[in-house]
Design a protein around this ligand. Structure first.
Ligand code: SF4
Length: 215
């Protein structure tokens, strides 16, 4: 069976228009999720995830193409829901944009994409959210108030390793095709992508997507 990273690299090389890129990422994430789920079944791994959203209180970084997918998803929401997400993005960004990278990790606030305790963009959530899991939801609950505990979240080593391999393979695909591999702050990246459609063209042209110069 072809590995998710190999499929992604092949599709990215063949992609010509934005729709092709979106399809490539969707296929990569679908295949990666299938691999992870098969691995969990075979190894009889039971994680504590599924009903809570404690992990959505962590600082999230995204790749540029992930921000574009989120923005596309936001644009299809019903107007009241879209308005709520936009307000949350602006409020989150205004309260956090001056934080240093060290302080970002201890910023404990609900992700601006969380609505009524659920991810409003779940089908296109970033890879950092997909790969997170925990074997103990009470540890996650404590981490919401004490963010320094996140780094000690009890993980299944095999599952964490499988996800890391898939994400590394994806990173290598971006490296091979020359696409931006920078990770950006979630709220900042989404607001930038919403306000400036030209950023998507920059990404396709293999430039740093969220810089406003012509480098
Ligand atoms: S993007 Fe979705 S899954 Fe990720 S932290 Fe935000 S609400 Fe949670």
């Amino acid at each position: 069976m072809q590995r998710p990273g190999e499929i992604l690299a092949e599709r990215l090389r063949q992609a010509k228009v934005p729709r092709d890129y979106s399809a490539a990422f969707r296929e990569f994430y679908d295949t990666a999720e299938r691999h992870a789920s098969e691995y969990m079944q075979e190894a009889d791994i039971r994680v504590a995830c599924g009903t809570c959203s404690f992990c959505c209180y962590q600082w999230v970084r995204v790749l540029a193409h992930e921000a574009f997918a989120i923005v596309d998803c936001i644009s299809t929401m019903e107007p009241p829901r879209r308005q709520q997400v936009l307000e949350q993005l602006h409020s989150y960004h205004s309260d956090s944009h001056l934080l240093s990278p060290e302080d970002q990790d201890s910023f404990h606030r609900a992700c601006p994409l969380l609505i009524d305790g659920r991810c409003s963009v779940y089908p296109v959530r970033p890879s950092n959210c997909r790969r997170f899991h925990s074997l103990d939801s009470s540890h996650c609950q404590r981490s919401v108030e004490q963010p320094e505990l996140w780094k000690d979240t009890p993980l299944h080593k095999g599952l964490a390793g499988a996800w890391s391999d898939m994400i590394l393979a994806a990173d290598y695909s971006y490296h091979l095709t020359g696409h931006d591999q920078t990770t950006y702050n979630l709220a900042e990246a989404c607001l930038a992508a919403l306000s400036n459609p030209a950023l998507r063209r920059r990404w396709v042209q293999k430039k740093k997507a969220l810089l406003h110069d012509d480098s």
